[in-house]
Design a binder for this molecule. Structure first.
Ligand SMILES: Cc1cc2nc3c(=O)[nH]c(=O)nc-3n(C[C@H](O)[C@H](O)[C@H](O)COP(=O)(O)OP(=O)(O)OC[C@H]3O[C@@H](n4cnc5c(N)ncnc54)[C@H](O)[C@@H]3O)c2cc1C
Length: 325
């Protein structure tokens, strides 16, 4: 421990005190859909909501940065080492899926795979989540940004969410306290532990399964699902333009724009795909260039949908880290 940066030493001492399992210098890039990028100085694996809440509380008190890693499908981790603590919700308790058909309800841990939740509920004859098929996510990651698309969003199916506030307070937000809008929620500053979904039991289960297949087919046909990406790079600028971000990027002639190994997809202009040998920094460079050129041509500043975790350039092996969206 003596050779670690001071913040890392404090983080490890705290994790030891709380009995939270961890790893040091853990590569995060390979855990994201881009498959490249930086590492976490410390990655913690809490075993329950109470332990996690205490960890968040103590990190806040000690001024230690904390962040949660989901499935890495909306994340770009720039090369370098992120300080503070990166939290993985990979304990079985955070990945639980509990379906009650009679109550028309499903409870899922924040670390549960969204696709597993969707297929489990559809198989049980419960409708409400099938429109999200094909979106790679954990339940927590999907709730945070109100994931969705042409067939609906996750928000309307949510009954309540168990969250940890930035000060470590663990509590339940009922439907009335939840706000969901286009790729936004009021969960962004909170850590999501689990959620309850209110679903609808259907008589025609074959039709429900067919709908799931249709959604998947639509997604595969309209997006470069097999390519290395983080989904849509930018939010649709709904208040500033009738056009989606993809159309604005396409109209600006940016399909195929390439920097290093990163390229604006020729299939869907709002996807930035990464080729063999490319880096996370290449993706960020393409994002910045797209923003600049669309702004020049239309006056519209595209907002990132992808979350970027960026170690401080001047202290790449130390603790400072910025999270930008
Ligand atoms: C091929 C492809 C297609 C996609 N298609 C769509 C689509 O159709 N619609 C759509 O909406 N998105 C789409 N996306 C983007 C992505 O699937 C969603 O944004 C998804 O919700 C990301 O979830 P995640 O678990 O991977 O989060 P991550 O990428 O791991 O994290 C993203 C952010 O969520 C935070 N987060 C994760 N877990 C929690 C938690 N428990 N509590 C609080 N914060 C948390 C992270 O800290 C980070 O800030 C696509 C991505 C890919 C790669």
């Amino acid at each position: 421990m003596g050779t670690e940066a001071p913040e890392t030493e404090r983080t490890l001492a705290l994790l030891d005190e709380l009995g939270v399992g961890y790893g040091c210098d853990v590569p995060i890039g390979p855990r994201t859909w881009y498959g490249v990028g930086g590492s976490a100085a410390v990655m913690a694996h809490p075993t329950g909501a109470e332990q996690l809440a205490t960890l968040i509380e103590r990190c806040a008190e000690a001024g230690i940065d904390s962040r949660v890693l989901g499935k890495g499908a909306n994340l770009l981790v720039i090369e370098g080492t992120l300080g503070g603590v990166t939290i993985a919700l990979d304990d079985p308790g955070f990945r639980v899926i509990d379906i009650d058909v009679n109550a028309e309800r499903a409870i899922a841990g924040a670390g549960a795979d969204l696709e597993r939740l969707i297929t489990s509920t559809v198989r049980a004859g419960l409708a409400g989540l099938e429109g999200l098929a094909g979106i790679p996510a954990t339940v927590g990651g999907a709730l945070r940004m109100n994931a969705g698309g042409a067939f609906g969003e996750i928000g309307p199916a949510v009954e309540s969410v168990d969250v940890i506030e930035p000060d470590g307070r663990l509590h339940t937000l009922g439907r009335a306290a939840l706000e969901f809008s286009y790729r936004r929620s009021n969960l962004c500053q909170r850590l999501i532990c689990s959620a309850t979904f209110a679903l609808k039991r259907v008589e025609d289960q074959a039709a429900l399964r067919e709908k799931l297949k249709q959604v998947m087919a639509y997604k595969k046909g309209s997006q470069p699902m097999a390519a290395s990406s983080a989904g849509c790079a930018f939010k649709n600028p709904k208040t500033q333009s009738e056009h989606g971000a993809g159309k604005l990027i396409d109209d600006a002639g940016l399909k195929g724009l390439r920097i290093g190994g990163a390229e604006v997809s020729t299939v869907h202009a709002n996807f930035i795909v990464l080729h063999e040998g490319g880096t996370a920094a290449d993706v960020l460079a393409v994002m910045n260039e797209v923003q600049r050129r669309v702004k020049d041509q239309t006056g519209i500043t595209l907002q990132r949908e992808v979350v970027v975790w960026e170690p401080d350039i001047s202290q790449r092996t130390q603790s400072t880290q910025r999270t930008t969206e």
